[in-house]
Design a protein around this ligand. Structure first.
Ligand SMILES: *Cc1c(COP(=O)(O)O)cnc(C)c1O
Length: 227
């Protein structure tokens, strides 16, 4: 069996196992295959195993893959940092943008989303551990930006996303994910129609699922190490 096929089967099994361990319905956990720095042929292999959601971090690299794979019905997620001068291209070619952390960026994405396309799905990136080196909205700023984003016509606010500080111990991995889960719950209590917790990568997927992740972003464990 091709290694991507084997790895995908393995990850799907791990999602099933974690879901049953933590009383989750695995249908509520989607798998985003993070294909940055990987070749179009690798995406094609994963696609042929039924994978439909792919995550890319770099706009030009993603655009090249879109041109290479026009025959595939891929759902494209942008998971890299968003600069103002990239919003038009993102709004025109992606289905999701996960790293929105400024209202200005959300406004541009809404203004630039073509009328013919459905609203762009976005997540607010949260700097959940308040790391100075990381982008993201501070936890106490989530409500204000979320309420403003909800009023934008061509954006659909789906939920929250975070990349916590690296931890090797499972119990420590869970803490920031639990905070993000609580933050999403608070938005839902305020009546915002959000359903997504974009959290969990290859090294902390199980902890993320334990804390309610609805979308895990997995690169290395599917495609192997990046060079
Ligand atoms: C690269 C990346 C991932 C995937 O990380 P792996 O450790 O390879 O699973 C997930 N999310 C974001 C935002 C990334 O940049």
């Amino acid at each position: 069996m091709h290694s991507i096929e084997k790895n995908l089967a393995q990850i799907r099994l791990q999602i099933e196992q974690a879901a049953s361990e933590y009383n989750r319905d695995s249908h509520n956990i989607s798998l985003l295959a993070v294909s940055k720095k990987k070749l179009p042929a690798d995406l094609r292999s994963a696609y042929s195993c039924g994978q439909r959601d792919f995550g890319e971090n770099f706009l030009q690299e993603a655009q090249a893959k879109m041109r290479d794979l026009p025959d595939l019905d891929i759902i494209w997620h942008f998971i890299g940092p968003v600069q103002s001068n990239k919003t038009r291209a993102l709004a025109e070619s992606f289905d999701w943008v996960h790293c929105v952390d400024r209202l200005k960026i959300a406004r541009r994405l809404s203004d630039q989303r073509p009328e013919s396309m459905p609203p762009l799905n976005i997540c607010i990136q949260v700097n959940i551990d308040l790391e100075t080196s990381k982008s993201g909205v501070a936890p106490d700023g989530i409500v204000a930006i979320a309420e403003a984003i909800c009023n934008l016509p061509k954006i659909r606010l789906r939920g929250l996303m975070a990349i916590p500080a690296q931890q090797s111990r499972f119990e420590l991995q869970r803490e920031p994910f639990a905070k993000l889960r609580q933050a999403l719950h608070d938005l839902q209590q305020r009546g915002l129609d959000c359903d997504t917790l974009s959290m969990g990568m290859s090294h902390d997927m199980r902890a993320a699922i334990a804390e309610g992740s609805t979308l895990v972003r997995i690169g290395t464990a599917i495609f192997g190490e990046r060079l």
